[in-house]
Write a protein that binds this ligand. Structure first.
Ligand code: PHE
Length: 373
């Protein structure tokens, strides 16, 4: 700030002339009006109302004027500064409101949008059921035994007492794995059932033996609503002293109750499997009509095709020849086994009419069975 002038020199204080002050004010108002957002307004405030702004400097010059000029200049500069302050405040309000409005639009959250679009998987019902059944048997003291899906023919057939010319060995039933030269005769097949796991268990585990074997099986069936070349079985094997068909029956009943519900009767009818003797097929009382073969109202039961019974498994007492093949003394030990298709059980239990639904891996199918673990 300069020292007070005794002589008022209009040239020296031209900065305080009405034109200059008006010019400063107009420049400030123009910059404020031109500010398009709060950042630009902040810059305009600094330039036109800050400590180093022309009007602030002009204000500081007032003290340097001769006393008679100060009042008028002070009034002029003061008015200009008030106008600028007022304009800043007004513009601030407008721009802040604009910013808020913009934020409401741009940052709006549509709470009605679906929030769970990230695709989630579901456990496949075949896995869930296989585990649940295996658990039931583990609870009764059985152990889980597994074997390879690509299996030696000897385990899949020979040791199970399939004669060399048994039709099941033929190409229409069995996938033979090509030999190293690309030809057949490798002695290796895709296992056609879980029964080879019986052999592996009897050869490797100490007696008495109680095992349950869930697993994938393969047969060269054409894919249609009721056949699939890839499916799952679960199989139970017990070898102990003094086991009889009554024990087999008890194990089957436990299985049926766990899978289909309590109190369902079972029925064994003679059948044939090379590896069991005697052999039987297992039917259970239809879990829908409970053996009545009709639904309330008299219409036929579609689930059991009005039979009242549904065939679900094969079973029998382990053939002594199989015990011998595994080095077990058939005079001391006896065994029972039963095996069944998991997909088939799933279809019966849940009314699935097309086995292909279990193969396609569509999560919408799996999800319908829940996330039971
Ligand atoms: N392995 C037989 C099949 O695939 C089922 C079975 C298992 C039968 C155990 C008897 C005993 O049809």
């Amino acid at each position: 700030m300069s020292a007070p002038n005794k002589q008022y020199d209009p040239v020296e204080v031209a900065v305080l002339s009405p034109e200059e002050v008006t010019g400063m004010r107009d420049a400030a108002l123009a910059a404020i009006a031109a500010a398009g957002d709060l950042d630009e307004l902040k810059a305009a405030r600094l330039a036109h109302a800050g400590d180093r702004s022309p009007l602030a400097l002009a204000n500081a010059e007032i003290g340097a004027l001769p006393p008679e000029a100060r009042a008028e200049a002070g009034k002029r500069v003061g008015t200009a500064r008030r106008e600028v302050t007022q304009a800043l405040a007004t513009r601030q309000e407008v721009l802040a409101a604009q910013r808020d409005q913009w934020a409401l639009v741009e940052e709006a959250v549509d709470v009605t949008l679906p929030w769970d679009r990230a695709p989630r998987g579901a456990r496949h019902p075949v896995t869930t059921i296989a585990e649940r059944l295996a658990d039931v048997f583990v609870g009764m003291g059985y152990e889980i035994a597994e074997g390879p899906e690509v299996e030696a023919e000897w385990y899949n057939f020979d040791a199970l007492n399939f004669p060399p010319d048994h039709p099941a060995r033929e190409m229409q039933d069995t996938f033979f794995v090509a030999g190293p030269d690309g030809a057949g005769q490798s002695g290796v097949v895709m296992r056609t059932h879980t029964s080879p796991v019986q052999i592996r268990a009897m050869l490797t585990r100490p007696l008495p033996l109680y095992v349950v074997s869930p697993g994938k099986c393969f047969r060269s069936d054409a894919l249609d609503a009721t056949h699939s070349p890839i499916f799952h079985q679960i199989e139970c094997l017990a070898v102990d002293e003094g086991l009889t068909m009554a024990d087999l029956r008890g194990a089957i009943n436990a299985f049926v109750e766990a899978m289909f519900g309590e109190g369902l009767r079972t029925r064994l009818r003679p059948d044939f499997f090379p590896f069991t003797e005697p052999s039987a097929d297992v039917s259970m009382e239809c879990h829908i009509c409970r053996g009545a073969s009709t639904r309330p109202g008299g219409e036929p039961c579609r689930v059991c095709r009005s039979q009242g019974w549904i065939e679900i498994a094969g079973c029998g007492m382990v053939n002594p020849k199989v015990l011998v093949a595994c080095g077990i003394d058939p005079d001391r030990y006896s065994g029972f086994a039963f095996g069944l298709g998991i997909e088939r059980s799933l279809m019966i239990r849940h009314g699935v009419t097309d086995i292909r639904d279990t193969l396609e891996g569509d999560v919408r199918f799996s999800r319908a069975f829940g996330m039971e673990v």
